[in-house]
Ligand binder design. Structure first.
Ligand SMILES: Nc1ncnc2c1ncn2[C@@H]1O[C@H](COP(=O)(O)OP(=O)(O)OP(=O)(O)O)[C@@H](O)[C@H]1O
Ligand SMILES: [Mg+2]
Length: 247
């Protein structure tokens, strides 16, 4: 069974068909990259999956359940997690506090004065585990607002790791990163994929072709092609419409 399946999913903004009739399946354990030119509908598609936007038509299933009408919170609780195209860390909090806050959302009852000791240990262990998996140069006690842009993006992914969703959706995680930061992130995502299913919206083709098991190409809201990296690389329509090469 697919982890997530969309059936003829569409989103219109007035007369603009931002997402048209998109049917695709995300298999458990895979890294599925969604690529396409600016304005192709990639972020909109992700917003339909996370529930940030209501669909105009079509439906989607997560682990076999129809979640089309579920709220973003309900989807998040079911195991759909996402990052945003623009960094969304709490700048006034430290690295550690940002991660702890994310980890705590997994233990909602442990908020407040009466912290069950067990829940606290779990949260602390989770934060330690995430920090070990990241490659931040900054100390845990550094305010997030003082991190470099690349490290803020990494922290954002760390916050998602602390929540540990079944499906992790990342919107352009490498945007604004230096080459080195991007290479580090590729390593982090590869290790993450051992435990999570990833959906990656990404412009950097090196990242896409190094990581993805399957690639879906969106153009003008529609699926132009979907398949293995080899199949996408060899697809003439993709080369002409998107990769910009006819050779
Ligand atoms: N809330 C909105 N209201 C109206 N139009 C929107 C809205 N969100 C997106 N659009 C439009 O829908 C189209 C798809 O936008 P979207 O942000 O999904 O593209 P994208 O593939 O993520 O692009 P990019 O690579 O630049 O991030 C664009 O034409 C955009 O202007
Ligand atoms: Mg986008």
């Amino acid at each position: 069974m697919s982890l997530l399946e969309t059936k003829s999913l569409s989103k219109n903004f007035g007369s603009l068909n931002a997402v048209r009739d998109v049917s695709l399946q995300i298999q458990p354990g895979e890294i599925h990259a969604v690529i396409g030119p600016n304005g192709a509908g990639k972020t909109t598609f992700l917003n339909l999956l996370s529930g940030e936007l209501p669909v105009s038509a079509g439906c989607l299933q997560f682990e076999g359940h129809d979640i089309t009408r579920w709220s973003p919170d309900r989807r998040a609780n079911a195991g759909i997690g996402r990052s945003f195209q623009h960094s969304a860390v709490f700048e006034d909090l430290t690295v550690h506090e940002n991660l702890r806050l994310a980890a705590q959302t997994q233990y909602p009852k442990s908020f407040g004065m009466l912290w069950p000791a067990e829940g606290y240990t779990d949260v602390a262990a989770r934060v330690t585990d995430v920090i070990a998996q990241l490659s931040l140069n900054a100390a845990e006690s550094t305010r997030a607002g003082e991190l470099s842009h690349g490290e803020q993006r990494q922290l954002e992914i760390g916050m998602l790791m602390a929540i540990s969703p079944k499906l992790m959706m990342l919107d352009e995680p490498t945007s604004g990163m230096s080459r080195n930061e991007t290479l580090e992130l590729i390593g982090i995502l590869r290790r993450l994929s051992e435990r999570h299913t990833l959906m990656l919206v990404e412009h950097d083709m090196d990242v896409v072709f190094q990581l993805a098991h399957r690639i879906t190409v969106l153009v003008n809201g529609s699926v132009l092609a979907s398949g293995t990296p080899e199949a996408i690389r060899a697809d003439a329509s993709v080369r002409i419409a998107y990769l910009g090469q006819e050779d």
